[in-house]
Design a protein around this ligand. Structure first.
Ligand SMILES: NC(=O)c1ccc[n+]([C@@H]2O[C@H](COP(=O)([O-])OP(=O)(O)OC[C@H]3O[C@@H](n4cnc5c(N)ncnc54)[C@H](OP(=O)(O)O)[C@@H]3O)[C@@H](O)[C@H]2O)c1
Length: 298
């Protein structure tokens, strides 16, 4: 099987590439936007790096030619001067869906987020919901996987947790009293590959979360204990954090905004976990935390 990955240099992309090289003999077209990003990709005969652009779907189709399955990972939570939700999340997905149609790809996988919805009042969740609609409307066999915070080597979530848990004192948004369902990135990697290999012919929507619900506060405490660190956790009022974020992001033209704070502090709740549907055996949270701590040491 040949898989094309967009945003291959993203943290999810790098974990997926390493997973594919270690566990399969699949060939991969690793799509990135720059020479610099190309240099960050693992060196393997299975991986063929290609520079891609999302500006023109016809050219994108040529760049991804030869792929049986396209895994669309490019996307952002934090906007900056060069990347908005409209360009990175909506327009890029529209271009990938169109390119996948032109290529007659056997399967298109899109990584979305728990909470996505085209009618959401939150601009990030709305952009992911609109992106999902392009995938659904492509007419292709497609899998949309909504995910929670992802824990794996160098994911933003893992870095934030280890960073906070390493302190003696830390302050969390709203005291960290919101509920997470952290998902091991290896479980997501396996789910993606299972989707690529599936014989489904219709677009399907999955919500895949980790096995354990835990407050962010308890997650930091648990990680600190595993690091033999004693930590005191305080609280930053969310209203205050949003005010500071609104001013800071306006001055900088991006960064943490009130929208991002709403995403980070939203409870990750799903009606049905798709682990069984995706044939995944979920990694216990304890093992996932051990893995990210081990990776941090290496
Ligand atoms: N990390 C999580 O916990 C999490 C949770 C839920 C869903 N997801 C989803 O998983 C995917 C990967 O997330 P990640 O955290 O691994 O991402 P990441 O490390 O922040 O990487 C972002 C990727 O998006 C690309 N990108 C940025 N602006 C773009 C634009 N305007 N057009 C096209 N591509 C653009 C970047 O390319 P350049 O390097 O060239 O800028 C990079 O490849 C995203 O779709 C994200 O929404 C992640």
């Amino acid at each position: 099987m040949k898989i094309a990955i967009t945003g291959a240099n993203s943290s999810v992309g790098l974990n997926l590439l390493n997973h594919i090289v270690s566990n399969t003999d699949f060939e991969v077209i690793a799509g990135v936007r720059s020479e610099r990003a190309m240099k960050s990709l693992p060196d393997s005969a299975q991986i063929e790096p290609r520079i891609i652009s999302y500006q023109n779907a016809d050219q994108l189709a040529i760049a991804l030619e030869g792929a049986d399955c396209i895994v669309h990972l490019a996307g952002i939570l934090i906007e900056d001067k060069n990347s908005s939700y409209a360009s990175a999340n909506v327009d890029a997905t529209a271009a990938v869906a169109k390119a996948a149609q032109q290529l007659k790809a056997k399967h298109l996988v899109f990584i979305s987020v728990v909470g996505a919805g085209s009618e959401s009042s939150n601009a990030y969740f709305r952009s992911k919901g609109l992106a999902e609609e392009f995938v659904k409307d492509s007419g292709l066999a497609a899998s949309i996987i909504r995910t929670p915070i992802l824990l794996g080597a160098n994911t933003a979530g893992a870095s934030s947790i280890i960073g906070a848990a390493s302190q003696q004192k830390t302050k969390l948004l709203g005291g960290g009293n919101y509920s997470m369902r952290p998902l091991d990135i290896d479980d997501l990697n396996q789910a993606i590959l299972n989707c690529c290999s599936s014989s489904a012919t219709e677009p399907r929507l999955f919500e895949l979360v980790g096995p354990e619900a835990i407050s962010y506060r308890d997650l930091i405490q648990k990680t600190a204990r595993m690091m033999n660190n004693s930590i005191e956790i305080g609280s930053v009022p969310i209203v205050l954090a949003k005010l500071v974020a609104a001013i800071g992001s306006r001055l900088k033209g991006g960064g943490i905004t009130p929208t991002v704070i709403d995403v980070i502090t939203k409870d990750e709740v799903v009606a049905h976990n798709a682990d069984g549907d995706l044939n995944i055996s979920l990694t216990p949270l304890q093992n996932t935390l051990e893995k990210i701590l081990e990776h941090k040491k290496s």
